[in-house]
Write a protein that binds this ligand. Sequence first.
Ligand SMILES: [Zn+2]
Length: 288
Amino acid sequence: MTSLEKNRTLRILNTAASGKYGVLAAIAYNVEQLEALVGAAEAKRSPLIIQLFPSTLTQLPLLAHAAAHAVKTAKVPLSLHIDHAQNEGQIREIIATLPVDSVMVDMSHYEEAENLEKTERLTKECHAKGIAVEAESGRINGGEDGIADTGDLEALFTSPEDVDKFIAAGIDILAPSVGNVHGDYGPSGPAEGQIHFDRLEAINKQINKRVLVALHGTNDFPAAVMERCIRAGAIKLNVNKLLLEVGNEVLRKNAASTPLVKLIDQQMDAIQAETERWMDICGSSGKA
Ligand SMILES: [Zn+2]
């Protein structure tokens, strides 16, 4: 069995857990976004986890190789993670063919017993290749690009029993359901009381360093909410629109009037600046 000792994702997260800061795990859909994210990590001397959706692996098969190249050549610790892999066949193909450091084995659309059984089996297969595994306990509501929408399923908060069952399944990173949702909260972020910080804190206490905590569903988060989640134990901070929307805004505003090469620069500059700002908020700046 290949050891997980040198696994990049786990090294980044374990170092952050000891240092009590959070690390952005940022989705990229294209190479401009990837460049901007890596540029921010190098400019801020910050660790960063690059995330791709399974749908992106199909849409832009080259992007995973560009990301893996960035991981290998960057001057700061980076890793490549596949977010929300929900298809067993695709997970096997990913770990057999792509240089990924970690995968979210997301079987949360199955009932718990089947979810756990599949998670345990796939975790063994990933670990045999030195690839770390994240899983979702309970069920985080909502949908994201290319992911089976759980909107018609009931959101389930992570219970203490779930925590122990998922740890027993052998996973490395746990993504709890604590009121966080996939999708948008609205311009001012989650409503007061929507994110159960006390539940997150209790989960983190119960975990007691056995696995690392990932936080999903961070669209529209104000800085204070992110900081509170980090204090409550969230280490891997999944971000998507939170960083990328500024770049989309540039495209919407300037596409008709700006030459393409300049537009690409403007988009990347906006995303890099926003990513650097969030690295400061999460406390990872200067930690690489
Ligand atoms: Zn998610």
